[in-house]
Design a protein around this ligand. Structure first.
Ligand code: C2E
Ligand code: MG
Ligand code: MG
Length: 632
């Protein structure tokens, strides 16, 4: 007859643990789920200890099948429990054993074999058998100890290999609970009639609870939300599933508000916000990360737009804390798996940067921080470096894109487009570096290089070789402000023996802000023989009178305008084109991507077409290779 003296006290301690654990809000992460399973196993283990003792005492009054069933469950749970302890260690150490079927099989092989042996014992009597109204141990009973030892040993091995993932006290705890299990196993081996295994498992569970599982470790002390540690844990899991959406917000100017309203009021306000979010987002997890920062974690089904609007509306009203009404202002940040960040460190760093940035932005109407812009800060540094290197080494490259004359269907000109390369030699497009170059004044040197390289191209006879009449070179508004631009260009033209009518300068409407300087500039460039095209027409605010005032020969319709017209035909663009033509201006349509688009724009009177349909911008040597033959 087994000795029950350990079972009853263990049962009482387990009840306390269960009540404590389940009365708190729990974070749904893998190690917590494994812990819940362990608690369930422990409860069942104790239950079946009791049941089997009672059944043995009343053997004849219970059908044989029930005896077998109880025995199977008792032994199965024994093996399952050690396997679960092992899985707990695996999850704790973040060892990925679940992603490949082969790996799952290797790790669970011994467990499966043990479970099968237990099941087969009904026929073979290998692990247990029933004889003379008594439960007896089979000749292969030791397989249970083997299974136990195997998984405890494996846990120690994993710990050894991944010890750097845990803090010291956590490592000690893992060693402790596995040692307790080991001792329990030995004691059980020596005195199997004492039902001690459950008690040792319970001790191991208490060690785990105290170090890793106490729900208070994860909960924020302000309302029903979880804390920063819980956020990190959750992100580590998100990491593996790669499906997350995080909507975060920060109270603007948090530190000052705390001073103004008082600490107690502010803490109460935070609690109220936590409670509100908890009601608003029952399917998501809410975290309060301190310093006025909240995050809501969900998956791709989370309607963050709607949640953001609701929160925004709520923040229009005060939060009534104690005697004060708190009027709080927030700014949001969003991040999702689509942005490509999958490791928790990066996600947290980006959010923290956004929150720091956001809490400082006082007095702006902006309600959402663009995380990509923040991400770009690093990226911008790379671009700046590449720009410096390209300019210093005279390595700004020019690419050419054909301009097709509608009347003849032939290429008569080409636009010169600047390119630089990053350290790996990959092209950085001008959309990225022109703005930076304009901000730090390098655009002048960059523009000079582009102009000089265009002149060199012409002087080498390549313009004629490709059957071109001219090249279009872009001028930045900043360049237009440079007093000696005309002289500088003139010098280069002379050096390369290039005639100015072979170069058309493209300026955008942005150049037309300071009209007096622009007028002077255009005059002096005109007197040097250059001609002008107005680039990206339709993106700014030019009216016809203004355009008429300047000596443009060509208007380039911005591709947005072109695409708009192509998507939805109206009479506006044809009328505008006609008006320009009446002023003796030629028209170029940019962004032609299909034959139909080209035809539609030619049909309303455009004289030139430019776009990917004809050619992408090409490096000069490729351009020459492609077009010198064609024109030959
Ligand atoms: P942009 O002057 O309007 O040049 C046309 C832009 O449209 C080019 O972009 C070209 O590659 C792109 N494009 C041409 N056809 C198509 C098409 O069919 N579909 C689409 N989606 N795009 C098309 P890129 O080369 O990236 O240049 C962007 C802008 O950078 C230029 O716009 C120009 O404003 C500026 N830029 C380029 N090179 C220089 C330069 O040397 N100096 C200055 N100041 N600005 C430059
Ligand atoms: Mg242009
Ligand atoms: Mg353009």
């Amino acid at each position: 007859m087994p000795n029950m003296s350990f079972v009853i006290p263990s049962f009482l301690i387990l009840v306390i643990l269960l009540v404590y654990y389940f009365s708190r809000r729990r974070l749904s992460v893998r190690i917590n789920r494994t812990f819940v399973q362990l608690l369930a196993m422990e409860s069942m283990g104790l239950f079946f200890d009791l049941v089997s003792s009672i059944l043995q005492a009343n053997f004849s009054s219970v059908p044989m099948a029930v005896h077998y069933l109880v025995n199977i469950l008792y032994y199965s749970l024994f093996a399952a429990r050690i396997f679960l302890f092992y899985l707990f260690t695996v999850n704790l150490l973040q060892v990925d054993i679940f992603s490949r079927p082969a790996s799952i099989l290797v790790h669970s092989f011994i467990f499966i074999i043990t479970e099968i042996s237990i099941l087969l014992s009904v026929r073979t009597g290998a692990v247990f058998y029933i004889e003379n109204e008594t439960y007896l141990l089979g000749k292969d009973y030791n397989i249970l100890y083997g299974c136990f030892l195997f998984y405890v040993a494996l846990s120690f091995l994993l710990l050894l290999l991944n010890v750097d993932r845990l803090k010291r006290y956590q490592t000690v705890s893992v060693i402790a609970y596995n040692t307790v299990l080991l001792i329990g196993n030995i004691v059980h081996f020596i005195v199997p009639q004492y039902l001690v295994m459950n008690t040792f498992c319970l001790m191991a569970l208490i060690i785990i609870y105290l170090t890793f599982e106490n729900p208070d470790l994860f909960s924020s002390d302000r309302g029903p939300s979880f804390n920063a540690r819980a956020f990190r844990f959750s992100l580590d899991e998100v990491d593996a599933t790669k499906d997350y959406r995080i909507l975060g917000f920060v109270l603007r100017n948090y530190a000052d508000e705390r001073e103004i309203y008082g600490y107690n009021q502010m803490d109460q306000g935070i609690t109220l916000i936590s409670q509100y979010l908890d009601r608003l987002c029952p399917n998501q997890t809410i975290f309060y990360l301190r310093n006025g920062c909240f995050t809501i974690l969900g998956d791709h089904t989370m309607d963050w737009e709607k949640i953001q609007n609701e929160i925004n509306t709520r923040f229009q009203m005060p939060w009534s804390a104690n005697e004060a009404d708190l009027f709080l202002n927030i700014i949001f940040a969003r991040i999702s798996s689509e942005s490509g960040d999958t490791d928790s460190e990066t996600i947290i760093n980006r959010l923290i940067t956004a929150f720091n940035e956001g809490s400082r932005r006082i007095g702006t109407m902006e309600s959402l921080i663009d995380l990509d812009k923040i991400h770009e800060v690093d990226h911008q540094k790379d671009v700046k470096r590449a720009l410096d290197i390209a300019i210093e080494n005279d390595a700004v490259e020019i690419f050419l894109q054909p301009l097709i004359e509608c009347a003849s269907g032939r290429m008569t000109g080409a636009e010169v487009l600047a390119r630089i390369r990053n350290e790996e030699g990959r092209i950085i497009p001008p959309g990225v570096f022109i703005e930076i170059a304009e901000q730090n004044g390098q655009i002048n040197r960059l523009g000079s290089q582009v102009f000089e390289k265009a002149c060199r191209f012409i002087s080498e006879g390549k313009l004629d070789q490709c059957g071109l009449k001219w090249l279009n070179v872009n001028l930045s508004p900043i360049q237009c402000m440079k007093k000696d631009l005309a002289i500088q260009f003139r010098t280069v033209l002379d050096r390369y023996h290039v005639s100015p009518d072979q170069i058309h300068l493209e300026i955008t409407e942005a150049s037309m802000i300071d009209l007096t300087i622009l007028e002077k500039q255009i005059q002096s460039l005109r007197s040097s023989g250059f001609q002008f095209a107005l680039d990206d027409y339709g993106t700014g605010y030019s009216n016809l009178t203004r355009v008429k005032h300047y000596p443009f020969i060509n208007i380039k319709l911005d591709m947005e305008v072109v695409w708009d017209y192509y998507r939805e035909r109206d009479t506006l663009l044809p009328a505008l084109v006609q008006a320009f033509k009446n002023l003796n201006l030629t028209i170029t349509a940019e962004g032609i991507e299909t034959r139909e688009m080209g035809e539609a724009l030619a049909a309303i009177g455009c004289d030139y077409l430019q776009g990917y349909y004809f050619s992408m911008p090409l490096p000069t040597d490729e351009f020459v290779k492609k077009y010198s033959k064609a024109s030959a």
